[in-house]
Design a protein around this ligand. Structure first.
Ligand code: CP3
Length: 358
């Protein structure tokens, strides 16, 4: 059986058989590519790149010109939503994102604005429309947002953090008002992702980068439950209902049975989690995405190939596997190893690929 390249990724999201395992990489557009660095140098800051639909489209397409990837991901950032809600955002070189006015009190929550995605975030929707046009159906376009909990972490801390002291102090001293912040984010994210679907995104992904820093009950309450509400809101909207939804909750290997209840079609796995065990725990209805350690791309090509094949073998003949990294690709990654990755995944023939429908 042969699958049209434009269909591989979406079919795998839905658990349908495909001829080759589809592959794309988290952060596939980024600093490891010299052409990205050249485009990035045309504007003063990273946010300027996100806010310019032509340049955002250009960097979205760059990795697809080099590698035979099966999906494109919108070039943007999860922090555009808090920015549109009124937080002043800057990206400081070597330090990452910084909010000048973090959310520290209930008054700060009241002051947050509910963004209209076609107003304050119109630049994202314009980028989605332009990318869809330029892709001309070759591969599908993934839209995305941060999870409510992960966005709340950045909004409260004002920057990245090792221990999330401010966010967790709030969680353990005034959980009701933290919930108000999450409620606002749930509403903003449903509107934002619906608008991406209306603008042309063909799958939607939630990045829950910091879900794994929570205790088990806190994960269920403050990370998973708000994501379930976002997903339910999308399912209830005409634009987003037909789109596959991918949930990547880093460090969630402990809670896969709970993640299986999220409503997502695809669960992103980090590299701590073994795919064969994950698939048993998630059940046959849920597809998986992952899960090569991004640092394996720094290794020797022979060991890299073996590691990729180990992951493909662990998935075995089950349909519904999208090959990806267990987290984003990092800036010093050798391009030659990314080429090897994509070739190795596409060259792989398991019994399910070889014999087609069964
Ligand atoms: O995957 C893609 O190619 C799409 C683009 C994308 C970016 N950020 C571009 C980016 C996506 C999907 C994101 C999501 C994102 N942003 C997450 C969730 C995924 C994850 O990695 O956990 C998070 C936590 C952020 C917040 C963020 N943005 C951080 C922590 C940083 C600094 C990282 C660093 O390495 O400096 C960013 C900036 C950022 N977002 C860059 C890119 C390519 C680098 C900025 C630059 O070019 O200088």
């Amino acid at each position: 059986m042969s699958t049209a390249k434009s269909e591989r990724f979406l079919r795998a999201c839905r658990g349908q058989p495909v001829d080759r395992t589809p592959v794309w990489l988290m952060r596939q557009a980024g600093r490891y590519l010299p052409e990205y660095r050249a485009t990035r140098a045309q504007v003063p800051g990273f946010l300027d790149l996100c806010q310019n639909p032509e340049l955002a489209c250009e960097v979205t397409l760059q990795p697809l010109r080099r590698f035979d990837l099966d999906a494109a991901i919108l070039f943007s950032d999860i922090l555009t939503v808090p920015h549109a809600m009124g937080l002043e955002l800057s990206f400081v070189d070597g330090e990452g994102p910084v909010f000048a006015n973090p959310v520290r009190t209930t008054q700060d929550i009241q002051r947050l604005h509910q963004p209209d995605p076609e107003q304050e975030l119109r630049y994202v929707m314009d980028a989605v429309r332009l990318i869809r046009h330029e892709l001309a159906g070759r591969v599908p376009l993934i839209g995305f947002a941060g999870s409510p909990w992960t966005l709340a972490c950045y909004m409260i801390e004002g920057r990245g953090s090792r221990d999330f002291q401010h966010a967790k102090t709030w969680l353990y001293s005034d959980p009701e008002s933290l919930q108000q912040l999450l409620d606002r984010l749930v509403a903003a994210l449903i509107g934002y992702l619906r608008a991406q679907a209306a603008a042309g995104a063909q799958a939607l992904m939630l990045f829950d980068t910091w879900g794994g820093v929570l205790s088990t009950p806190a994960y269920r309450h403050f990370s998973l439950a708000p994501m379930q509400r976002v997903i339910a809101g999308l399912r209830a909207s005409a634009e987003a209902a037909p789109l596959p939804i991918i949930l990547f909750s880093k460090g969630s290997g402990n809670w896969l049975e709970a993640v299986a209840q999220s409503g997502a079609d695809v669960v992103g796995l980090d590299w701590n989690t073994e795919i064969d065990q994950a698939r048993e725990r998630l059940g046959a209805k849920i597809s998986v995405q992952g899960n090569l350690d991004p640092m394996a791309l720094y290794g020797h090509p022979t060991l890299l190939r073996a590691e990729i094949e180990r992951i493909l073998t662990a998935n075995g003949s089950r349909p519904g596997h999208i090959f990806n990294l267990g987290h984003g690709i990092t800036p010093q990654t050798p391009i030659s190893n990314v080429e090897i990755l994509v070739e190795t995944v596409h060259a792989w023939k398991n019994s399910h690929n070889e014999y087609g429908e069964y």
